[in-house]
Every structure is written in structure tokens, then in C-alpha cells.
Design a protein around this ligand. Sequence first.
Ligand SMILES: Nc1nc2c(ncn2[C@@H]2O[C@H](COP(=O)(O)OP(=O)(O)OP(=O)(O)O)[C@@H](O)[C@H]2O)c(=O)[nH]1
Length: 394
Amino acid sequence: MPPILQWLRYSWLPGLLLVLLCAHYLSWLDLHALLSAESSTGLLAIALFLGIFFKSSRVVFAAALLLLIYLGAAAADWLHGDLLSLCLALGAVNMALVSFSRDRSVVSVFGVLLLFVLLLQGAGVYLLQSCCGAPVLGFSLQIPLPGHRAEVSLAALMFGFGALLATIKLLTRPDFTGWGLLLCTLLLAAGSYFGLRLDIIAAAAALLLVALVLRNAYELAFRDELTGIPSRRAYSRHLLTLGRHFSIAVVDIDHFKKLNDRHGHQVGDQALRMVAGKIARFGGGRAFRYGGEEFVVVIPGRDRDSARNSLERMREEISAYPMRLRSSSRVRGNSDRARRRRGQGGGKTIKTTVSVGVASSDSGLKSPDEVMRAADRALYKAKRSGRNRVCAHN
Ligand SMILES: Nc1nc2c(ncn2[C@@H]2O[C@H](COP(=O)(O)OP(=O)(O)OP(=O)(O)O)[C@@H](O)[C@H]2O)c(=O)[nH]1
């Protein structure tokens, strides 16, 4: 997928929220009228529940953090002014820090630890407010700049730190939840500096968190974990969207069992990822992992011969690609089995080939199932005739 589309895939939801907030700021839309305190709390509670249900410790942490700030401000009315700014800034730093962690169940030592750290900070802020009050909250640094000295408050410093952390996270290991947490960080900053009402920040962040969980659940259901391309379930769904003219190709790695036996399962997995990557980049078609070492490509609106020519180029590209073996140090031991599992690595390269069977709806076949069965028969023809070739159903 081209980088710009990849970027859009990750950023449409944060973008939509940003547009809503801008529309509110320019008075084209009144978010205050749409939201009540109950709806913000309810949305945060839903995000929290979904996070627990789908085992996303990051979402649970973010929702619990916002609930703590929001309930603190709404119920007791003790969070306001400098203290509210500080809490929002602390929230932004926490949000950015937690985006570095992996998603785990909250019903685990890690999850309990996260929630404990959160409560500890809540208690810390409460104690700070009770015993030190304004001097600490109003703390600011004088930063010498050319020609003048700038005064930077504690909250601004923390926001800067949070934004820096979140940016590092996105540049080094970008992921969808990371994007969401970065936007939550920005929301907290916008809330603090532009004086947005807390229920708007809370509702927008909660909607974002709910969308993150649903999006992750969608990925779990429809994306193959090993190769990262859509799974067989996504293929069944995709068939429902097909028009009258389409081709289906079945792609199978040759002698995959031998490759596994000779180089180990990790190298087998590496080959699966390489082939999936090449097939996914195949122009004009959509690739799915059908199961094991078998992939399906659905090519809409193309006749059999044109599909076959493109598949031929894809097959050539795969067979010419030198795959560099990676050795894994995770599997220890010197037994034959350990060596096989570890893979032989060490900079060695191997090549692998695929056989392809393709059939098209033009050749009197109507349903996708019929076309798929014909493509499967063509694949067996390709295997019987010596592999590393594309055969079409007549
Ligand atoms: N590494 C790895 N191996 C897998 C995976 N899924 C299936 N396999 C292996 O794929 C192999 C498929 O072997 P076969 O169906 O005999 O096919 P083949 O060896 O490719 O032979 P031909 O298709 O006739 O060329 C089996 O050994 C499975 O264990 C996977 O996710 N990772």
C-alpha cells in the first residue's frame, strides 16, 4: 500500500475528531448541546468496559485516567485552574508513556500495576494540593531566549514532554492505538490551552478509545496475524462485494514442507511473510491468506488472460527474490531440533517458488465458489506439470 494511503488508514479517525473540534471552535457545530455530563461519563465507561473485554490494557488505562480526571472535576469540583491544568498535563504524559507498552489483559500483574500507578498519582496530586497548594501548581521556569526570557509553566513543560514521547513512539513503532493515544494527548493539551470544556474532551477521547477497541477487534477478526494480510474470513466477506466480472487465483508455495523441514518453521514463517508481501503488492487484485501456505487473489473486472499475465509477473518476481535467512537466538540448545527451529540464518539466502491456478467468471462459471473450485483445479494442474508456473482454467 502506498505510504500516503497507509497514513490515511491510520489517521482518518483522528482527522475526523479534529474536524469536529475545529467546527465547534469556529461555531459551526455546538458540541456542548450534543453532550451532557452523563453522556461523557457513559462513553468513558463503555471505553473502559470494551478495553477490559478485548484485553487492551492501554485503552483501559487511558479510559480510567480520563474518568479519574473527569470525575474529580465534575463531582467534587475540586479540580480547576492550575490544578486542572496540571492534571491534564500529567494525563498527557501518562497517555504518551503507556503508548510504549504492549496491549495485555488488565487482569494480570501488569494491568493491576498500571492501575495502581494511576491511583498513586491521583493520591499524589490530592496530597500536593492539600499541603502545598498554589506555590507548586503555579511553578514556572524562566527560559532565556534571544532578546527575552520566556516563562514556561509546569503544565506546559509536562505537555511538551508528553508530546515529545508520543512523537518518538509514533516515529519508532507506529501503530493505530499509538495514534489514538497521541490524539488523546493533543486533546488534553487543547483542552487546557483553549479552555475547552472537560466534558467535550472526555467525550471526544472516549469516542476515540471506543473506535480504537472496535478497530483492533476488526483487525483480530479479519487480518492474518502472521502475514498481516486479510484472512480467510475477510475473503468470504469480500466475495459478497464482487460484481459479475472477476477472476480468482489460488497461489500455493512449492515444496513448503521440505522448506520447513530443512530450515525450520521460523524460516517457513519468513517465507510466508515474504510471499504474502509480494502478493499483497500485486496490482489490480486483493490478496488473502486462505490457510497454511495457500493464498487467494481476487481480481475484479479483468478477463482471465489479462489476470494471468499479471500473475505471471508476480510469480517471476517471487521466484527471483533472494530471501535472506534470519537466525534467531531465542531458541537455545544445540540439538538437531533446536538448530532446525532456530533456522540456519547467518546471511544465507534461499529462493522459493509458487504455483498459481486462475479461473475467471467469463468462462461460464457464475458463483465465486465455482470460480474458486476451477482455480483450485488449475492449481493442481500447475503442481502436476512441475510447479513454479501459472495455469488457467479453460
Ligand atoms: N512455518 C509454517 N508452516 C506451515 C504453516 N501452515 C502450514 N504449514 C506447513 O505447510 C506444509 C504444507 O505442506 P504440503 O501441503 O505437503 O505442501 P508442500 O510441501 O508445499 O507441497 P506442494 O504443495 O505439493 O508443493 C505443512 O508441513 C504444514 O506444517 C505456518 O503458518 N507456518
